[in-house]
Ligand binder design. Sequence first.
Ligand code: MG
Ligand code: ZN
Length: 221
Amino acid sequence: MHMITDVGMVYDVLQENHKKARENYRALMEHDVKSVDFMGSIGAGKTTIVCELAKLLSKRGLRIGAIAGDVTGRDDFDRMVAAGVTAVNCNTGKECHLDAVMVNKALKELDLDAIDVLFVENVGNLVCPADFPLGTDYRAVVISVTEGDDMVRKHPDIFLHSDVAVLNKVGISDAVGVDPGILVKDYERLTGGVKKMVLCDAKSGNGLEEVAEALGLGVVG
Ligand code: MG
Ligand code: ZN
């Protein structure tokens, strides 16, 4: 929850964030690390996508690092470690999003020369992460069919602030009565037809290659 109401203060916070984001971007670039910030609601499947992508990419010889952003606890961090990822746990306390200052601290705990790809899992939230770029190459928003067919219409900002949109759990679309086509169309309309939503089922692995490709981490990319 954002408690700041003073406009000048908001400006300062965002300025500081952007400064640190540039610093993070430079550090990652200097160490030749490709990076993605995964944003999305609680339960959309961000952790599963991070873990399954990591498994897919490590088979190709890439070394994967991750920052697990959560308000509290180490559940996602433990899942990442179990998936063979070099992870850092980043608890935000009360904040409902990661900011570039937190990521800057987490980066200092990682040996950037020992990883090729960094996945940042943001706190589950479709609203304020949009305002806080972290300095990653890509920002990806993950939604799932279980959230309903109106997610793009309800949260246009986060989709406009992202490079890639992923629709997860498409395998259970019928069971939850959601037509993925509606989300796909809404996203195309929002982005002027320039970008296509990537459909996947991270648990079964369906569409994971397409997600990797959209993030510049494909076989060819
Ligand atoms: Mg998670
Ligand atoms: Zn927030």
